[in-house]
Design a protein around this ligand. Sequence first.
Ligand SMILES: Cc1cc2nc3c(=O)[nH]c(=O)nc-3n(C[C@H](O)[C@H](O)[C@H](O)COP(=O)(O)O)c2cc1C
Length: 191
Amino acid sequence: MTNIAVVVGSTREGSFNRMLGKLAIRALEAKGAIVADVDLSDFDLPLYSAAREAEAFPADAERLKRLFAAQDGLLFVSPEYNGSVSPLLKNAIDWASRPTGDESLVALSAYRGKASAVMAASIGPFGGLRGLMHLRQILSTIQTLVIPEQVLVPNAHAAFDADGNLVEALPATLVEMTAARLVAVAKALAV
Ligand SMILES: Cc1cc2nc3c(=O)[nH]c(=O)nc-3n(C[C@H](O)[C@H](O)[C@H](O)COP(=O)(O)O)c2cc1C
């Protein structure tokens, strides 16, 4: 059994990244993964600050961290904001990277040794490519193995049909390929 969490970096009503995340979940499940669909609006995460952390570790940050820790793989689907990942997503990643209990500073127990993958949908012509380059770097820094496959959906406002499927064959194929590789690598790393 391979457990994968899908985390979408937008909580916007009608989010294109949420639509892409839904397709990824379907593809991951078709490949046999047990998927945790993480909606960040279900988590009350203050903006990370050391002062806030010293007061008390937020209960929802701990809940998110535990959820990540229970996975074999993590898929992040993020919009690009000014050439980088959304602050919503970065904040969530940062909280879950923090040590809790008697963990060392570099334990990274939510992430270390897991496979990860990235996808983006953007209303721009580049599909969120710059944001995904940052996201790859972040995911490597926190000790996940980022698979090479990825999905970019440019012109996202015109990329989905009425049923939420991708109009173009290429990104649709890449969703399948990325899901397949993520499940395979997550499974291999879990043994
Ligand atoms: C603060 C901000 C910065 C943005 N910067 C970029 C950008 O650098 N590149 C891009 O392609 N789109 C950018 N966008 C547009 C997003 O691609 C667009 O809002 C997209 O719909 C967000 O994803 P969502 O539909 O999942 O919420 C930006 C949007 C916001 C709100």
